[in-house]
Design a protein around this ligand. Structure first.
Ligand SMILES: [Zn+2]
Length: 259
């Protein structure tokens, strides 16, 4: 039976199996990235560092699909995990992303920037994935934009029962780790100059990362670093950033159900 790691396309999976994602240049960059922290410096003491740690077969979703040259990395991509998991929880070894921040503001580095992760569908290739460990609605105070599992629906649970919006500590740490990545990729000869969302990489992720994280993390980083806004940019089946997140009038609805 072929088990496809979630979020990877069939083509990516096949290429990774035959080693086609990893080039010689990519391997050199990966070695240089590992050497940067080899003396124990370079990572804040309070952060959990899971980069390069082996993942068991059960944790295979958290394994890189390959290695990429640092110049492939062009953007930070912000996710809402829709799961509240502390940064020191071993379950994070199974998470296909580069960074995790929890509600307390604790940070876990999950993988190297040169690690090619299946975190954002068509946007995997050029992004570093930042997962924010909160559970929020796609639009602030909009019940219809809050995702519920079938089980939760059957139990009659609502947004009010389950919502865990990002805390100020989570927001601060998300910005901190994103800026650490921007510096780190720069030190290695790459350049991050955009901030994307998972919504822009796949049609199934309309509420990812949601209005609150968009305004407090994405817009903050773009303004502070003078990045080019990529509000209307999409890859694969992704959708443009809705007007209710960006605050601009591009005629972009949130979804077919909610304007
Ligand atoms: Zn996501």
């Amino acid at each position: 039976m072929l088990i496809l790691p979630t979020n990877a396309s069939v083509l990516e999976y096949v290429r990774s199996r035959f080693g086609l994602i990893t080039s010689k240049l990519a391997k050199l960059d990966a070695e240089r990235e590992r050497l940067l922290d080899a003396d124990g410096d370079g990572v804040p003491d309070a952060w959990v560092d899971l980069r390069g740690q082996p993942r068991s077969w059960k944790q295979r979703r958290g394994r890189p699909l390959g290695t990429r040259p640092i110049t492939d990395v062009k953007a930070i991509l912000v996710h809402q995990a829709a799961a509240v998991i502390p940064a020191d929880d071993p379950r994070l070894l199974s998470v296909p992303a580069h960074d995790w921040v929890d509600l307390e503001g604790l940070v876990a580095l999950l993988n190297y920037a040169t690690d090619y992760m299946a975190h954002a569908h068509a946007a995997n290739r050029f992004t570093v994935g930042l997962e924010c460990g909160c559970r929020d609605s796609g639009l602030i105070d909009e019940e219809k934009s809050f995702w519920l599992s079938k089980k939760e629906q059957r139990r009659g649970l609502t947004m009010a029962d389950l919502i865990r919006p990002p805390t100020p500590a989570l927001i601060d740490s998300a910005i901190h780790v994103a800026e650490w990545r921007i510096d780190r990729v720069g030190e290695l000869g790459g350049e991050i100059s955009e901030v994307w969302t998972h919504r822009q990489g796949h049609s199934s992720r309309v509420g990812d990362p949601g209005e609150r994280l968009y305004r407090l993390v994405v817009q903050h980083l773009v303004a502070k670093h003078g990045f080019r806004p990529v509000i209307l940019a999409t890859v694969g089946t992704g959708k443009a950033v809705p007007d209710r997140w960006s605050g601009s009038a591009n005629g972009q609805r949130y979804s077919w159900r909610v304007a």
